[in-house]
Design a protein around this ligand. Structure first.
Ligand code: HEM
Length: 347
């Protein structure tokens, strides 16, 4: 009963989230369709006449302070930025993402997925509330859409343009950019809520160092201690709290160029944004692997909210010790006859 109610609630949240994304997208698209290119040229290039073009052609008016080139006719630092983006940033992205995918494949082929050592007891512990799961999946969906559209902005022209031609590519990249621009701030809001909500369980503890030393249990014998979040999860959390926020801030600098940003500032923001986002996408592949095929029983934590007692004992022993009095059987989960608050958070 309770879980059906929870699913209804989650479904409603998800529907509201998708409706919000659709409204934002259609607002953006109607804005794009209603645009008047002639008026835009006049706004952007007011005061530009034949004499100006003569100056450009003869290089007479070219100025480049490099640090504030807003008003230069020819912006030489733009070429430097283009080189950095196309040669270095895009190469870094390919190495990071393809390299990570290959590492995960190698890891899986060598170690296989981590199965539970003891049999399941059937008793369950609440790990993530319906609000937390909705938050996680909304953030994850937004992140994946941003990653796909971002990759298309960086590499799409080498794939889709030659394959399907300009007629396909032009509307595709215009739509991609709109979606990317509108989803960015939404992701920012969701991520900030996640970071605030899960801060307490991700604060570093002495045993985290041991977890890293033992490679999360891969190196040496015996189990490694972990509380509600293990050190690997904490590293993912703090990466999102640092690089994730940097990507959001630099994205906002690019999204809203009306606060006096210089062109050079925007170029820097672009490089920071792309490097951070490509790096995060690579690490997210690792997170997705560990949360799905990599570890038996993890995905059900984020889909049903509950984990088996054996999973809790083997992966988060310190958390288990604190909440083990509050295990519940699946039928009690359905009836809601157990103490929710006590069962999922350590004191
Ligand atoms: C298909 C994609 C994804 C899958 C399958 C997935 C799966 C999971 C699972 C199973 C957990 C719970 C692990 C546990 O109970 O210990 C989890 C936790 C988490 N996920 Fe994801 N996830 C995905 C994408 C993402 C993305 C894109 C983000 C962020 C942008 C994200 C951020 C987090 C965070 C912050 C946690 C909590 C870890 C902590 O306590 O620090 N996830 N995820």
């Amino acid at each position: 009963m309770t879980s059906r109610l929870s699913y209804n609630l989650a479904a409603r949240w998800l529907a509201a989230f998708l409706a919000m994304a659709c409204i934002l997208l259609s607002l953006g698209m109607s804005h794009a369709l209603g645009a008047d290119p002639q008026a835009e040229i006049e706004t952007a290039l007011s005061g530009v006449d034949e004499r100006t073009w003569e100056q450009v052609a003869t290089n007479e008016g070219a100025r480049d302070t490099r640090y504030d080139s807003n008003y230069s006719l020819i912006n030489a630092s733009g070429e430097t930025w283009r080189q950095i983006r196309n040669r270095w940033v895009s190469t870094f992205g390919v190495i990071a993402i393809v390299g990570m995918a290959l590492m995960i494949l190698g890891f899986y082929l060598y170690f296989g997925s981590k199965k539970l050592e003891a049999p399941r007891t059937g008793r369950r512990l609440l790990r993530w509330t319906v609000f937390e799961r909705t938050l996680h999946w909304s953030t994850a969906t937004t992140f994946i859409l941003l990653a796909l559209t971002g990759l298309n902005l960086m590499y799409g022209k080498f794939v889709f343009k030659p394959l399907f031609g300009d007629g396909f590519w032009a509307p595709m990249i215009a739509g991609t950019k709109l979606l990317h621009n509108y989803l960015g701030p939404l992701f920012g809001i969701l991520l900030i809520i996640i970071l605030a909500k899960w801060l307490k369980v991700n604060l570093p503890r002495a045993h985290d160092l041991e977890w890293f030393k033992k490679g999360g249990g891969l190196i040496g014998k015996g189990h490694v201690d972990a509380g509600f979040a293990n050190a690997g999860e904490k590293a993912w959390y703090w990466l999102l709290a640092s690089a994730g926020l940097l990507v959001i801030i630099s994205g906002l600098v690019l999204d809203f160029p009306i606060f006096g940003q210089t062109r050079d500032g925007m170029q820097w923001a672009n490089v920071i944004h792309a490097v951070g986002a490509l790096g995060l996408t690579a690490v997210a592949l690792g997170h997705i692997y560990i949360g799905t095929v990599g570890t038996e029983g993890s995905l059900e934590a984020m889909t049903t909210g509950y984990v088996d007692e054996t999973w809790a004992k083997e992966h988060h022993n310190l958390w288990y010790d604190e909440v083990k009095e509050h295990t519940t059987l699946p039928e009690h989960v359905d009836k809601g006859s157990f103490d929710e608050a006590a069962s999922h958070r350590p004191n």
